[in-house]
Write a protein that binds this ligand. Structure first.
Ligand code: F0G
Length: 358
């Protein structure tokens, strides 16, 4: 056995890097593709979960960030900037500080999960909370990168999508072919675009026999691609995908058309229900945005759009520990209160409904 070397080294021949590229890695990629029998039983499909929360900073963003920061350093950047709903900022901060350069991050005030804010601060980013939403943050990050000496590492930087396409390579390696369907959460639609590109390259190389139909899901309150127009005040509990004007909108529409794909929207209640199913029945803990892949699967299966026996891969994009509060939220909106018990074995056995062996 050997240690996984990160996506740039593992896929050096399939990425735009050279001997001159300094490889900035924290060991990202090589994440588990897990069978999900509970989801297969619910849908009649053969369902696998690509658990991207297992990346070093707890989200899929690390695949693109190893590439973006390595190329930034290659080009002499001393500082990088991004707008973020949280995960990109955590990843940019970790990779920048590992490389010895400064990360500057702009986040929407009050709308990013505590775990992600903590990561960016811990990894020494210069973090500013902007009094606006993600789309405002991205506009300003782009302006700053155009007019000041800071290098943009949002997914409008093509290096990000290049790094992220490696997740599709891993899926094909494990399954021995591409799946019939691939489902992802959609915010800026960079990851949707990246999977489609990765699968297209696999097909061209003869590693797979088909292109998966790419299904992407947005939160109903932040569903510009589904609605066909930008959303001025996007809203959802899934703060990671609270985005009203996706940066990779055009690319994603091309990927949809090329793959006979689909974009759908899910209400927050459906996201939380899927989050519960994934945690309680499959054993995988994710943040709310990631659970939308599960909600999308259930919705499409119920609509008859996924034939029995199809192979379906769901990407769950971020770890549950980043935004754990939702696990405690019950259907009526109150929070679970763990039962309190005295220091007394018999009393605890009683609460558990256990009776002593005869
Ligand atoms: N899931 C999670 C957990 C995310 O953090 C994001 C995006 C997405 C899905 C959507 O991916 O934007 O490529 O369609 N988060 C970005 C951020 C916006 O700043 O962390 P996408």
């Amino acid at each position: 056995s050997r240690q996984w070397r990160g996506v740039l080294r593992e896929y050096a021949d399939r990425l735009n890097i050279s001997e001159a590229t300094p490889i900035v890695t924290l060991g990202e990629g090589g994440t588990p593709l897990l069978p999900a029998p509970a989801l297969s039983a619910r849908t009649g499909a053969n369902v696998f979960v690509k658990f991207e929360g297992m990346n070093p900073t707890g989200s899929f963003k690390d695949r693109g960030m190893t590439m973006a920061i390595s190329k930034a350093v290659e080009h002499g950047a001393k500082a990088v900037i991004c707008a973020s709903t949280g995960n990109t900022s955590a990843s940019a901060a970790a990779y920048a500080t590992h490389a010895g350069i400064q990360a500057v991050v702009l986040v929407p005030e009050g709308k990013i999960a505590m775990g992600k804010l903590s990561q960016a601060i811990a990894h020494n980013a210069q973090l500013l909370q902007v009094q606006g939403n993600f789309d405002d943050c991205l506009d300003i990050a782009r302006d700053l990168a155009t007019n000041y000496p800071v290098h943009l590492v949002n997914s409008v930087n093509p290096d990000r999508i290049e790094g992220q396409k490696t997740a599709a390579f891993e899926v094909v390696e494990v399954l021995g072919d591409a799946p019939d369907f691939h489902i992802v959460p959609v915010g800026n639609a960079g990851n949707y675009t990246a999977y489609h590109r990765g699968y297209t390259e696999e097909l061209q190389r003869g590693e797979s026999t088909k292109l998966p139909r790419m299904f992407g899901f947005q939160a109903a309150g932040s569903a510009p691609i589904v609605l066909g127009h930008a959303v001025k005040e996007p809203d959802t509990i899934a703060t990671a995908i609270r985005i009203g004007n996706p940066a990779s909108w055009e690319l994603a529409l091309n990927a949809r058309d090329d793959s006979e794909g689909y974009f759908g929207a899910i209400e927050d209640a459906g996201i939380l229900e899927a989050h519960r199913i994934l945690s309680a029945e499959v054993g995988i803990f994710v943040e709310p945005a990631s659970a939308i892949s599960v909600a999308g699967l259930l919705e499409r299966a119920a609509a008859g759009a996924i034939p029995a026996g199809s192979t379906v891969v769901l990407t769950v994009t971020g770890h549950g520990l980043k935004d754990p509060q939702w696990a405690l939220r019950t259907a009526d909106g109150s929070d679970v209160q763990p039962t309190s018990v005295p220091v007394d074995t018999a009393a605890i056995a009683d609460v558990l409904g256990l009776s002593a062996d005869a």
